[in-house]
Ligand binder design. Sequence first.
Ligand SMILES: Nc1ncnc2c1ncn2[C@@H]1O[C@H](COP(=O)(O)OP(=O)(O)OP(=O)(O)O)[C@@H](O)[C@H]1O
Length: 374
Amino acid sequence: MNVHQSLTAVRPVEPLLPAAHPPSAVDAMVRFEQVSKAYPAYRDKPSVQALQGIDFAIPRGSITGVIGRSGAGKSSLVRLINGLEKPSSGRVIVDGRDISGLAGRELRLAQRSIGMIFQHFNLLSSRTAADNIALPLEIAGWSRADIAVRVAELLELVGIADKYDRYPSELSGGQKQRIGIARALATRPNVLLSDEATSALDPQTTRSILDLLANINRELGVTIILITHEMSVVRQLAKEVVVIDGGYIVERGHVADIFTHPGHPVTQAFLSEVVGDSVPVSLASRLQPQPVVGGQAVVRVQVRGADAGDTIVARLARELSIDVALLSARIDEIGGQHVGSLTLGIPGGEPAADKAASYLSQHNLPVERLGYVA
Ligand SMILES: Nc1ncnc2c1ncn2[C@@H]1O[C@H](COP(=O)(O)OP(=O)(O)OP(=O)(O)O)[C@@H](O)[C@H]1O
């Protein structure tokens, strides 16, 4: 069954609120307008400026990654989008409405069009899978018959139809997150906020959950905002990325551009996690700071670009007549761009190493001298 068909089969009892403002030039699902968030001092704790000058838009239908270190302000950003926190200044516009200006029933209705999934799933242990998914529909006042139809659709959508009567304790982490996703989608939200939703899962399960989210975005057009501290998650799913640090946006853009030309040190640090900038242990233990007679200089070459890594080692060897050794390599393709690093051994002493380094630099490949091996 087509996912879109399955999810439009039943109408909610209460219609979602219509947009209060006409759409702006950029069709933004979420727009931060000069938003700052400060938490006031409390007892012996000083006040905290969690977010400052946040001003950006998340396009309707996009998948956007928001990445930052612990304490960067990611959760504060999420709580501003779903109206759980109010900005200290500025506005947060969600689907054309100023959510920061809503309260009471209006806020609750607006929140129904914003789904949320969590790192630890936040399921009720006393309810079965089906009853967990039904919860937001019960709160929204759906009839029992409509809830039954809708829950069956959602279980099918997230691929765990056979687990409808299982309790969370009987399910794996991935299955629990599928219930979390089904529950988040129950009231047909336009926006799905994912707050570290795969951080507690193993890599294989993470991939299957990210595939499910990609499918939901594609089939239903739900705008997905991924809050994470893992660049690998951004890489697998997002098209746009926003990097925050110390409450500020320090970098943002298309994932492929940011991965190939990271500008900010925080972005570069996140990137080194996924592109394997670390030197293999066996090589690191042999590295020496001084040249070794008859040995090799060890250089690391950053590979960033459409065809950057393809033939560079062969060309270097041929054009400079050097017997280049490839000591380690990791190159991924991200959005059609090659991103990674090569570690090369250059024999022939310092003159050859210098020549190789300047050859690589001339080809816009950043080079770093790591040391020497025998
Ligand atoms: N309710 C609150 N009261 C006071 N300070 C808070 C509150 N919530 C967050 N903070 C502070 O605001 C800053 C940003 O926190 P936030 O939780 O938004 O960051 P984060 O990037 O989500 O971090 P983490 O990944 O560790 O959850 C931190 O200094 C934090 O201690």
